[in-house]
Design a protein around this ligand. Structure first.
Ligand code: PDD
Length: 289
């Protein structure tokens, strides 16, 4: 049975949802998106995700087509009706269907296309936390507005595939000699017990998981800092982690074929993993937002 999805005001089975080939999302990748986890059928960090969506829409000059409370209703209905206690919600807004293919978009009435779906999140693979993943460094070939969560993900897809072709699970992107983020994740390193992640800038996506990890580090007295990570510091790091809503916190134990630290997930990762797990459990019980 096909999962329930939402498209332009209607709820329908995913395999019946259709969008015009004249949609600018299809023709130009002209749209933005969010990926929001739901644990115990509760939407995790919804306010932060919707605030980022609003920033992305503003940055590409689309007026918000759905108000906050309406988003909540739409996404809660999908999460309630689709299978799985834990789900990953995907939502996308494109500039909509235009009569003519034209790069410029001003001056025409805009009816954005609004789409959302959800899929069950499988149980996290324990091997990931026990062994970590390999990563490779690659030149960041993306554009200058990486803070916008745009659906235009061809560079990210090519970079991730290049990492996979090299037997790695993620690409860590390098721009002007600094490591910025992963192809689909944010980046943390640990040096002498201190957690470091690059500051927010147009070079990286302001990750919701990144913010939560920093928040939890502060709350638990773990020294943390937002600072540039030169590629040399990346190579000398005691630990490297990547974070995202879909993969949470994943330790990188090999970088470009060399072990990170002693080649195993480090002690600060083990501590943060436990803190994060406890936070998620409290969230499931409705004790935190
Ligand atoms: N991507 N940086 C990039 C380039 C990303 O694509 C993502 C997440 C992140 C982490 O952001 P967050 O913690 O808010 O998920 C950082 C999502 C999961 C995706 O494209 O599927």
């Amino acid at each position: 049975m096909s999962a329930l999805c939402y498209l332009n005001g209607a709820y329908l089975p995913l395999d019946q949802a259709c969008v015009s080939v004249m949609d600018r999302g299809f023709l130009f990748g002209d749209g933005v998106y969010e990926v929001i986890p739901a644990y115990g059928r509760r939407l995790f960090r919804l306010a932060a995700h919707l605030a980022r969506l609003e920033n992305s829409l503003h940055a590409i000059r689309i007026d918000p087509p759905v108000a906050y409370d309406e988003w909540r209703k739409i996404l809660e209905r999908l999460v309630d009706e689709n299978p799985g206690e834990d789900q990953s919600v995907y939502l996308q807004v494109t500039r909509g269907v235009f009569p003519k293919r034209d790069h410029a978009f001003a001056g025409q009435p805009v009816q954005p296309t609004v789409f959302a779906m959800s899929t069950p999140i499988p149980e996290p693979d324990p091997a990931l936390a026990e062994q970590g993943i390999a990563a490779v460094t690659l030149d960041d070939i993306r554009w200058s507005y990486c803070h916008i969560k745009a659906v235009t993900l061809l560079p990210n897809a090519l970079l991730r595939q290049e990492a996979v072709d090299a037997g790695a699970g993620e690409a860590i992107l390098i721009r002007d000699g600094e490591a910025t983020e992963g192809a689909a994740s944010n980046l943390f390193i640990v040096r002498s017990g201190r957690l470091i992640t690059p500051p927010k800038s147009p070079r990286l996506l302001p990750g919701i998981t990144r913010d939560l990890v920093l928040e939890l580090a502060r709350a638990h007295g773990i020294p943390s800092e937002e600072a540039a990570i030169p590629v040399e510091a990346l190579r000398e790091a005691d630990e490297i982690w990547v974070t995202s809503s879909t993969r949470e916190i994943v330790p990188v134990t090999r970088l470009d074929g060399e072990p990170v630290g002693d080649g195993r997930p480090g002690p600060l990762f083990a501590r943060m993993r436990e803190i994060y797990r406890e936070y998620k459990e409290a969230f499931r019980r409705g004790e935190v937002d």
